[in-house]
Write a protein that binds this ligand. Structure first.
Ligand SMILES: [Zn+2]
Length: 119
């Protein structure tokens, strides 16, 4: 027995590696999969772009400082960033594309644009 169609669940006969009962089911399944991935990626990109926009608004010239609550009020989502950079002093910059924030002290964050590191 080859299992069930991944799309409609109908029992499959024939080749063991068969996954769908028909071309229609294969296409429908792939389209749904694609739209799920597309939606997810679009949602994450939207959050990252919003984060970057907020950081840029605080540090339009590439350097700035703000309180955590200001970021939160603006709708900044700390769960999303594109990459991190940890210095020798063990300080970690969280990037949203070319802008990064760094937890400096007591609820304050430094905002920097790439390559303009704060010491
Ligand atoms: Zn099917």
């Amino acid at each position: 027995m080859a299992g069930n169609c991944l799309e409609c669940g109908v029992e499959l006969f024939g080749r063991k590696d068969k996954k769908y009962c028909s071309d229609h089911c294969r296409n429908t399944h792939h389209n749904r999969q694609n739209s799920y991935e597309t939606n997810y990626i679009r949602k994450v990109n939207g959050i990252l772009r919003k984060n970057r926009r907020i950081l840029e608004s605080i540090a339009p010239k590439g350097k700035g400082k703000t309180k955590k609550e200001n970021l939160q009020k603006a709708g900044f989502d700390f769960a999303y960033y594109t990459n991190t950079y940890t210095t020798k002093e063990n300080k970690t910059y969280y990037y949203c594309y070319d802008y990064a924030y760094l937890d400096i002290d007591k609820g304050w964050y430094a905002i920097v644009k790439k390559k303009e590191w704060v010491d």
